[in-house]
Ligand binder design. Structure first.
Ligand code: NAG
Ligand code: NAG
Length: 366
């Protein structure tokens, strides 16, 4: 049996365990849902704020939303632990269901950060089979960052990732899932999940997410080196490894962060096949994107994966942005892959998974 959400584990246990035990679980689950909802709201605000550019006000907003999200994620984790503790107690009294509970998934930090929690409940209902979209016109470089696997089904893409270790759903045939080791919080599940992804056809593994940003994996260089060696190095030779993904902030963030990483761990650097970068600015500033990526390639000397990017502005301006930068990226041989930010309800897709105008532009531009 496979459970995709903690809530479904709770529902299963509540149905099978004694009523006394389940009523406490119900209360915990309600608290958990609330924390999930609040964290989700903050994550959505933060995602939007990420496209606001680099003004002082935009930065301030990002900090505020990141703080708020962090607080609720912390509360979510506390409740999750309690529910798991409680669930394992119950599993001992429910004969025959032990293995089911021990197989209960633990959420990774990345999923907690990016999963569209408000739609989790309805997501499990909509298991209608979607006709795989033709990928024949998709650029082999084009991927996407998603928070619900079903949101990828109408996009012409070749690969996808969800800041997580498992796809949490099914991608269309021919769309490669690339797992990510988001940060140290995911260490206990990583090895098995990465192995499984490789067995299922993932050729690459993504390293830590924005270690140069306090609200993301937030790692000093020594921490990043230790984290890389402990979790990514074991997979060197088994899959191609993509560097930690950095923001386009100025030093000590961004490309400078990766230079420090390189300087502090030659071994790590030698294991890296491609470098992951993020880019956010205003839609009209396409020269900045081109120069940023070109400079990064010249400085770091490895192929580039642009794993998050968005231009801010009106939908029309964002569409124009995509029509300018996507063909350019496709034409640069040293840019191996890119993934727009992002495949979320209200951005590339509507909540029913149909493409928005922006999503259509991302999908169709070649
Ligand atoms: C980032 O990590 C440092 C410790 O290395 C900690 O002091 C700081 O509060 C963290 N920032 C955030 C936003 O979590
Ligand atoms: C190692 O990282 C630190 C930052 O933690 C940086 O100041 C230093 O320049 C790096 N060393 C090298 C050789 O790049």
């Amino acid at each position: 049996m496979h459970y995709t959400t903690l809530a479904s584990v709770v529902a299963f246990l509540s149905a099978t365990a004694s009523l006394a035990a389940s009523s406490r679980l119900d209360t915990l689950e309600k608290e958990y849902s609330h924390a999930e909802f609040e964290a989700s709201k903050a994550a959505a605000l933060l995602a939007r704020a990420k496209t606001y550019g680099n003004s002082a006000e935009a930065k301030h907003k990002r900090e505020v939303f990141a703080e708020r999200e962090k607080r609720w994620v912390k509360e979510e984790k506390r409740l999750e632990k309690e529910i798991e503790k409680r669930a394992s107690t119950i599993s001992r009294i429910v004969a025959g269901h032990r293995t089911t509970t021990t197989a209960a998934p633990t959420k990774t930090v990345s999923r907690v950060l990016w999963n569209d929690r408000t739609t989790t409940a309805t997501a499990s209902k909509s298991t209608t089979t979607t006709v795989p979209a033709s990928t024949s016109t998709a650029s082999s470089k084009k991927g996407v960052g998603y928070n619900m696997a079903s949101y990828t089904s109408n996009l012409k893409i070749s690969w996808a990732y969800n800041w997580g270790q498992t796809p949490d759903g099914t991608l269309n045939n021919g769309v490669e899932y690339v797992p990510m080791f988001w940060g140290p919080g995911g260490a206990s599940t990583w090895s098995a999940n990465a192995q499984k992804a490789i067995s299922s056809g993932s050729t690459h593994l993504l390293g830590m997410n924005e270690p140069d940003l306090g609200s993301q994996s937030n790692l000093t260089i020594p921490q990043a080196v230790a984290t890389w060696k402990a979790n990514m190095s074991p997979f060197y030779g088994k899959a191609k490894l993509v560097s930690p993904a950095v923001t386009n902030g100025g030093y000590p963030m961004g490309v400078g962060y990766l230079q420090d990483f390189r300087g502090n761990c030659t071994q790590c650097w030698n294991e890296i096949d491609a470098v992951a970068l993020h880019w956010y600015d205003q839609s009209w500033n396409t020269d900045y994107l081109k120069n940023y990526l070109t400079d990064a390639y010249n400085t770091l000397g490895k192929p580039i994966w642009l794993t998050e990017f968005a231009g801010s502005g009106t939908v029309a301006e964002q569409q124009q942005f995509l029509k300018t930068v996507i063909p350019w990226m496709d034409a640069q041989p040293w840019i191996q892959r890119y993934a727009g930010f992002g495949d979320f309800a209200g951005n590339y897709v509507n909540s029913d998974g149909s493409l928005t105008q922006l999503g259509q532009a991302y999908s169709d531009t070649v």
